[in-house]
Design a protein around this ligand. Structure first.
Ligand code: R5P
Length: 298
């Protein structure tokens, strides 16, 4: 345990600090800037040599910048004899887990390869987009889930009436089931289709048993908000009393939040895997608990 330090990458200074406090480990800060030509520069603010480093860097937008900062830091620490374990709550490119349109690459596989060659020995992430994405990594990857902490948070904040837990697509139905189980509620999964060229989403209108009940849409991430907006429209038409949205990774690109609220959603809550105005659920205790077990075992 004496050997361990927490290195807070430039995208996750707050989470890094929280983890160092919860685990009672020294915190190493980093500093980043961008050269006039757009290149990234990252500096480790204190010399770290031959230590076990818990490197914390969520790879939310700008994803390429945060990914590259992570690679620079990992290589730097590894050249100083450190063993590096990555805490990457949001992993960039996880949605590109297969070839969707001919001519594309399985991009997450390259991300996995780059992290490995930069010196990352293992990864802990939260609610990775899919099992397929997780399997693209050849280094050990632990996928923790924030479902239980999100469900507990919602129960503590809202007095829900006969809640129906809704997944916007079949891919997320297991997540919604786990959420429902944590709340003792029922689930429903929509059929969703996305146009791979335009990104447009369509949700099949079906009979959702949500009349006069509260609906809770649960997803791994909200990006443009398209999936949630379509789900909310169908739920409203089906007579939902109120609609809440819970997601692990609130990317909320552009005016996504505004679109969701305009679609009749009461409230949106996410975790702090990504900083945003809706990031109310802390993932630090979940990660700290996992690391405590691992560190004690090593
Ligand atoms: C898709 O399979 C994911 O689970 C999310 O539903 C999706 O990525 C959300 O994206 P958007 O907010 O752009 O619809």
């Amino acid at each position: 345990m004496d050997d361990y330090v927490v290195v807070a990458g430039p995208s996750s200074p707050a989470l890094g600090e929280e983890l160092s406090q919860l685990l009672n480990l020294p915190l190493i800060q980093t500093k980043s800037d961008v050269f006039p030509d757009g290149e990234s520069r990252v500096r480790v603010m204190k010399q770290v040599k031959d230590r076990c480093c818990i490197l914390v860097q969520s790879m939310y937008p700008p994803v390429d910048r945060h990914l590259f900062q992570c690679l620079l830091l990992a290589r730097n620490l590894s050249l100083n004899g450190c063993r590096i374990h990555g805490i990457f709550p949001y992993i960039a490119y996880a949605r590109q887990d297969r070839v969707f349109v001919e001519g594309e690459l399985v991009s997450v596989e390259l991300v996995a390869y780059l992290l490995k060659v930069a010196g990352i020995l293992s990864i802990t992430t939260i609610d990775i987009h899919s099992q397929t994405a997780a399997e693209r990594f050849s280094i050990p990857l632990t996928n923790l889930t924030a479902v239980k902490v999100m469900a507990d948070f919602l129960i503590s904040k809202e007095d829900l009436s006969r809640p129906l837990i809704v997944s916007p697509d079949f891919g997320g139905s297991m997540r919604a089931d786990a959420f429902a189980q944590a709340m003792g509620a029922e689930t429903f999964a929509f059929k969703k289709q996305r146009d791979r060229s335009t990104g447009e989403v369509e949700i099949e209108k079906t009979n959702v048993p949500v009349k006069d009940r509260d609906a809770v849409v649960v997803d791994d991430m909200i990006s443009t908000g398209g999936s949630v907006v379509k789900a909310a429209e169908v739920l409203r038409e089906a007579g939902a009393r109120r609609i809440f949205v819970m997601c692990t990774h609130p990317l909320l690109i552009g005016n996504a939040l505004e679109k969701i609220l305009n679609a009749g959603v009461q409230k949106v809550f996410g975790t702090d895997s990504i900083p945003s105005s809706v990031s109310k659920v802390s993932i630090a205790p979940l990660i700290a608990q996992h690391l405590r077990t691992r560190i004690n075992m090593s």
